[in-house]
Ligand binder design. Sequence first.
Ligand SMILES: Nc1ncnc2c1ncn2[C@@H]1O[C@H](COP(=O)(O)OP(=O)(O)OP(=O)(O)O)[C@@H](O)[C@H]1O
Ligand SMILES: [Mg+2]
Length: 286
Amino acid sequence: MPIEVRDLTHIYNKGSTSESRALSGVSFRIEDGEFVGLIGPTGSGKSTLIQHLNGLLKPSSGQVLVDGVDIWQKGMSLRTLRQKVGLVFQFPEQQVFEETVREDIAFGPKNLGLSPEEIDRRVREACGMVGLSEDLLDRSPFELSGGQLRRVAIAGVVSMRPKVLVLDEPAAGLDPRGRDDVLMNVSKMHRMGMTVILVSHNMEDVARLCQRLLVLNEGRLVADGVPRDIFSRLEFVKEIGLRPPEVVALMEGLRNRGWDVRVDVVNVEEAFAEIMKELGRRKEAR
Ligand SMILES: Nc1ncnc2c1ncn2[C@@H]1O[C@H](COP(=O)(O)OP(=O)(O)OP(=O)(O)O)[C@@H](O)[C@H]1O
Ligand SMILES: [Mg+2]
């Protein structure tokens, strides 16, 4: 179920004095099973863009095609679309609203008209996928910790078994352990076959996890490629106000001091290997 965005422009409050252009001529295509990171500075249009992928926003111009069909074409059901493309909002408070965790996760499957047994199965399966203890099912979502609430929000989307999972900053505001847990579970869902689109401000996370990055700046798609290539263009990354991953900054610092190391590293292991190689060369030269 590929997703294709064609020349998408979004203008908020069109025609009023507060008119503002959030996306300009954005085009890309995402194939089944990809794990794509969407990055860009604050206000660059990330949240606006992903709300187009399941029809929460309507393009001012341009198209969104899912499985080759324009989602705004006559006869298309947005309800069916939203089962296939699940969107986890930037703020879980906007997504979670039922009185108990169980009811919240069951909301989607219930609307699909599934049997009580099947709903129960989906709820448990979703808990397992996001690492949420079933002991919490009868609690109010609003008694939970930030990390647990995030998991409930993700489980509420996963319980629909979407083919495409879109997450807007799912690890924001969590402590390091909570963020690792959530991201590990997202990776697991990707390995199980879901297409994942991850919006993140954390360059370490996207460098480590994603196979491909889309970079937005001021509503335009300014780069589309593998993390290694994008982050090694340090000038470009800094120019649009993104902070490169720490390991890239470290390698750049070493290069500036005359070390012969690559800057296109994406994780600590690669950086370590590069440094050891250079140390070996230096030792031999002595
Ligand atoms: N509901 C809205 N009405 C009017 N303007 C909006 C609305 N939502 C967003 N905008 C504007 O559209 C632009 C893009 O916002 P968007 O929220 O998509 O950016 P973002 O990349 O998700 O930012 P962040 O990293 O802060 O989450 C911004 O200029 C923002 O002020
Ligand atoms: Mg946003």
